[in-house]
Design a protein around this ligand. Sequence first.
Ligand SMILES: [Fe+2]
Length: 296
Amino acid sequence: MKSKKLKPKKQGATRATTKPLRPMVKRANKPESLVVIGDPHSEPDHKGNLEVAELIGKFVAQANPSLVWCAGDLATMNSLSSYDKGKNASVGRSYGADCIAAVAWQDRFRHFADQSGHRPTYYLNEGNHEHRIHTALDLDNTLVGALSYSDLQFDRYWDEVCWYSGATPGVLTLPGTGIIAAHFFTQGNYLRAVSGLHTASTMNRLNMVSSIQAHSHLYDHKIARRADGQFIQALVAGCNISDKRDREGKLLAYHSWAGAANESWWRGICYLTNLDGKGGYDLSCIRLSSLRKMFA
Ligand SMILES: [Fe+2]
């Protein structure tokens, strides 16, 4: 579902990419496998982000999935953080640098993913961090024409982008899978993300269909069975923020706003195979450290 975006679109201060991307091909609407990429959070000053993009790209090229879905928060957009406005944390941040980091991540990812002769269909959901662009334009209409979603070049790297629907993340139906996906799901009229210790179980109960979200950067998975016998599965897909550390053991891509929670985040991709078209699948969870071993 597409929410109305503030116009006009404008090409921003992102670098031009040089290599043509492998074009989309029409395929039978019976996908067999899906690679899920939880929040990448590409940021200008976080070392290791591009290594992650490369590892995931190499996995996609090797696995040849039918579909690839990224949960959003691909761009963190720290420059537009309303929490940090006027604080010391905002010093040195720039909108242009945020966009360049996001484009560089996508460019590295697709460069390696396109090494294969196989071409998956690429889906992306808008996360709350990209939605900061909408919020910034909504709060200050003098910025219309200066900031735009097109600065992130999503149209170039993804076949379909699912935008926010009003105040909440859009819900994407992944064709032929029986699975719905969103940056996060909400709880009825309560617009906050489904969360808690048993998030996946709650998703099964609320969504009543197989579903995938990310957002929390945590991992959870739960299989339930409907009265008609159909299995449904809920997946909370972690994140893809780099797991690399400095000599003192501090994460290089440390998110200071999250503090101790950085250590509880699950970092890796999920690979869903043998999709039955009704929401059933086999699940593999592959940590970034395991991807690094695969492609060392
Ligand atoms: Fe996130």
